[in-house]
Ligand binder design. Sequence first.
Ligand SMILES: [Fe+2]
Ligand SMILES: [Fe+2]
Length: 133
Amino acid sequence: MKDIVWGNILSVEIDEIDEDHRKLVNIFNILNHAVTEGESQDYIAAVLEELVNCTAWHFSHEERLMLKYGYEELEEHRAVHQGLIKNARQLQQKTLQADKPMVDEDIEYLERWLTEHILTDDMRLGSYLSQVM
Ligand SMILES: [Fe+2]
Ligand SMILES: [Fe+2]
């Protein structure tokens, strides 16, 4: 699986959100390498935990901005965040079972998990914030 390469296509044009997204992309890439290079299950679990925790923290950041700037789609966006965290926690549960190590499909799933939300909901949020911030 190729790394996610940060580029303008992923930018939502709000620096503080882009900064978070870059960090998440970076952790995703660390996880991708860990799986490819056959690192221990403990190490992979630790990176996945870091990715999910940082994502949860980042979602709180976006939700604070949505509140502060009166974003009308807040509830909808927040529900998407909650669903994404729930799905990632389920994947974590699965990988914590010793007989089910992370496979390429899991990494591909996480790649979509991370980028599709940025490219859709976060882009919409970014274009709103760039008008009001
Ligand atoms: Fe985001
Ligand atoms: Fe978001």
